[in-house]
Design a protein around this ligand. Structure first.
Ligand SMILES: Cc1cc2nc3c(=O)[nH]c(=O)nc-3n(C[C@H](O)[C@H](O)[C@H](O)COP(=O)(O)O)c2cc1C
Length: 349
């Protein structure tokens, strides 16, 4: 596209606080998708025919290999819009069993010079009952993953109860489930990645999946990028032995070293939270490569973290990813990002 209109509006959007911009986008999206005929028109303008980009993975048919990562459409509010932009999948959530407000504002910051985002949203969620109800009206022709987590007030020892509760409500409405045990913004959550906590958690999830007769539905585990390779190896082995279908790597990082030195003080002044975007790419890639080297071939790897171009996506796919997910790049590059990625991915597929 010779002139991307997002380049013109981005300075205006970025004058708003990140959360105001987010809320306005969602408001606009909800209105737009209610206008008859607008979504197919938007799809024709934004991506056109993407049928040649479809792929199969985990027993599911993905209209395109580019997915929207968890955390943007937590409540499954504007799925038709994501479909119109060319996403093949959307991971909704993280959804917690009970509603909760998340952390106090401000909790979302952007660093456009480096295409980085810092967030400490803390699982603001309408709760699984409300989101499951909304999912009943989800559009067809789009893979929807349900990313679930635990409530902040739930003690770590009772985490399994929360995952089971969220699963029970969300799983019947989605195509796959992602277990988020890697957000840095819920105290103690990442400790669930430790093999001694992870094995019983995954065992419990396999049980409820069976109880509900959903054995054919994939469950994926989402991991953090901040694991030492020996820890990561042990975790991958637990996952491989558990019966789940694969790993999403990665979530945001706590490592402030990915920020260039000139901006580090500024980012440190924003306080706690996880970083995502361009600077996460190499770190996430190393983790993805390590996981892929150890993961049995019947399990899938989903690549996420700093992916923002066709080249990034092609590299991830060559490294063994079944599909890719983006979040931060969409904020900086705008809605035509997906088309640009898909155009450049043709050769790789
Ligand atoms: C504002 C924000 C909120 C997020 N919320 C979630 C979440 O609720 N659950 C989750 O699993 N990941 C969440 N993520 C992490 C993303 O899904 C993704 O793993 C991470 O941002 C790395 O990808 P990226 O570099 O393309 O943004 C969030 C990321 C951002 C920026």
């Amino acid at each position: 596209m010779p002139l991307d209109p997002y380049r013109l509006v981005r300075p205006l959007i970025f004058r708003l606080s990140p959360e105001t911009a987010h809320n306005m986008t969602f408001k606009g999206g909800r209105i737009a998708q209610g206008i008859p005929g607008l979504m197919p028109l938007l799809k024709a303008i934004c991506v056109g025919d993407i049928s040649s980009k479809a792929l199969d993975a985990c027993g599911l048919h993905f209209p395109s290999p580019v997915g929207l990562a968890a955390g943007l459409d937590k409540g499954a509010e504007i799925l038709p819009l994501w479909k119109a932009l060319g996403f093949g999948s959307v991971e909704i959530g993280t959804v917690t069993p009970k509603p909760q407000p998340g952390n106090p504002l401000p909790r979302l910051f952007r660093l456009p010079e480096e295409s980085l985002i810092l967030n400490r949203m803390g699982f603001n969620s309408e709760g699984a009952v409300v989101v499951a109800e909304r999912l009943k009206r989800r559009p067809r022709g789009l893979i929807v993953g349900g990313n679930i987590g635990k409530n902040k007030v739930t003690p770590e020892e009772q985490a399994l109860d929360d995952y089971r509760e969220a699963y029970r409500l969300i799983a019947p409405e989605v195509d796959y489930i992602a277990l988020n045990i890697s957000s840095p913004n819920t105290p103690g959550l990442r400790r669930l990645q430790a093999p001694e906590a992870l094995a019983p958690l995954l065992g419990g999830m396999m049980e409820i999946r069976k109880e509900m007769g959903l054995e054919a539905q994939p469950i994926l585990v989402k991991l953090a990028p901040d694991l030492a390779f020996d820890e990561l190896d042990a975790i991958v082995d637990v996952i491989a032995a558990s019966g789940v279908s694969g790993i999403i790597a990665t979530n945001t990082t706590l490592d402030r070293g990915i920020v260039s030195e000139i901006n580090r003080e500024k980012v440190l002044s924003w306080g706690d939270g996880g970083l995502s975007g361009k600077g996460l790419k190499l770190k996430a890639r190393e983790v993805q490569r390590r996981i892929h080297s150890r993961l049995p071939s019947h399990l899938k790897l989903v690549a996420c973290g700093g992916i923002g171009s066709a080249e990034d996506a092609n590299t991830a796919m060559q490294d063994g990813a079944a599909w890719v997910q983006v979040y931060s790049a969409l904020i900086f590059e705008g809605p035509f990002l997906v088309k640009r990625m898909l155009d450049g991915m043709a050769s790789a597929l």
